[in-house]
Design a protein around this ligand. Structure first.
Ligand SMILES: NC(=O)c1ccc[n+]([C@@H]2O[C@H](COP(=O)([O-])OP(=O)(O)OC[C@H]3O[C@@H](n4cnc5c(N)ncnc54)[C@H](O)[C@@H]3O)[C@@H](O)[C@H]2O)c1
Length: 348
């Protein structure tokens, strides 16, 4: 099978922890080049995966004629410049979330990719979780009737640490909201098929002393009439968090534990009910949980295979950057809502 030749910018973080190992397993992708902030680190990663080229300059990686597609996994402050350079070089681009600090910057990247005629996508890889793909189909086929409300949670313990870009607003653009809640907003929209139109939010720094939010609680109004609730925290111990996703509809619910995260795993219970008369007893004891049959794999492998497939067959990408742009518009509205104590419309 023909393989897309990949280069990775910012190869030492999530790329090394998850995405490159996923890429190595992909049947239509080949890692050929990595870039890091210094040659020692770049060379270490090159040697670890046995790929051909290591760089400490993103431009040199982009200019390598063997490199066809580029994955940007550097911190948020280092996304825009290389992304525009990738488009200028007419190479395909997969850029991690959040794509940029501002909606305008993301629009510029999208425009540049469109003008170059390349494929462009963003890294909401949780859509490729086995349960999430199965739940999406189940709900789309009417498995729980009309969706009424949804909740998604992604939290953990992230105390102050020296020199961490995530804890410095001018390097990250924000905290729990743009780092973690974004996945939850995306997964609610993906599973329910609705887009967020209005937002009410509390976004605070309650526990730690850094200048980004450690707490984000966001209420969403969706275009399909349903509501969503997202809670993302940097200040709850990892062991205490179940990373739940719950979707409720007029004919049932889907309750997930630990399907949100970086590993394709979790536990899902499905409750359904035929049309019934009103039950004054409010009896809930006889509810029997079912589940959905899935085969776990690697969501990063699926992410890379999907994007590579779009390149090889010139088909639309699964998660275009417009998805990331929309999520940025939602988080902008959430910050406005938290600041102004208002319900804010998502500006298109
Ligand atoms: N989709 C996911 O599963 C997922 C998970 C974690 C992080 N992310 C996203 O990936 C991006 C990186 O996050 P992370 O957790 O890997 O951060 P990290 O700090 O762990 O790793 C970032 C890497 O980029 C390198 N780097 C720093 N400055 C750079 C520059 N100017 N140019 C190129 N490389 C540079 C660092 O040396 C480091 O190896 C962020 O956008 C983050 O939101 C996505």
């Amino acid at each position: 099978m023909k393989k897309v030749k990949w280069g990775v910018i910012g190869a030492g973080g999530i790329a090394d922890r998850r995405t490159i190992p996923g890429m190595i397993l992909a049947n239509n992708a080949e890692l050929v080049a990595v870039m890091e902030i210094n040659m020692e680190l770049a060379e270490k990663i090159r040697a670890k995966y046995g790929c051909k080229y290591a760089y400490d300059s993103y431009q040199e990686l982009i200019d390598n004629p063997e490199v066809e597609a580029i994955y940007i996994a550097s911190p948020v402050f280092a996304h825009v410049e290389p992304a525009l350079a990738v488009a200028k070089a007419k190479k395909h681009l997969l850029c991690e979330k959040p794509i940029a600090f501002t909606v305008e910057e993301t629009k510029n990247i999208i425009d540049a990719c469109k003008a170059a005629g390349v494929k462009y996508a963003t890294g909401y890889m949780m859509r490729f979780g086995a349960y999430h793909m199965a739940i999406k189909n189940f709900i789309a086929e009417g498995g729980i009737g009309n969706v009424v409300s949804a909740r998604a949670q992604l939290s953990g313990w992230f105390p102050e640490s020296a020199k961490n870009w995530r804890q410095e607003k001018k390097l990250s653009g924000g905290g729990a909201l743009v780092d973690m809640a974004v996945h939850c907003i995306d997964i609610i929209e993906y599973l329910t098929g609705g887009l967020t139109t209005e937002v009410g939010a509390f976004v605070d720094t309650r526990t730690f002393t850094y200048n980004v939010d450690d707490s984000a609680n966001v209420l969403l109004k969706l275009s399909n009439g349903a509501t969503g609730y997202v809670d993302a925290h940097f200040n709850i111990p990892d062991e205490a968090v179940k990373n739940r996703v719950e979707i409720y509809g007029t004919k049932g619910s889907v309750i997930c534990e630990k399907t949100i995260g970086q590993i394709d795993e979790g536990h899902v219970e499905v409750y359904t009910s035929e049309d019934k008369e009103y039950d004054a007893q409010q009896n809930r004891d006889d509810a029997e949980a079912k589940t959905l049959n899935v085969e776990f794999g690697n969501m990063y492998t699926r992410e890379i295979e999907s994007f590579s497939d779009s390149i090889l067959n010139d088909t639309p990408v699964a998660i275009p950057m417009e998805v990331g742009l929309h999520i940025q518009q939602v988080t902008d509205a959430a910050y406005r809502s938290a600041e102004n104590k208002t319900i804010e419309k998502v500006l298109g």
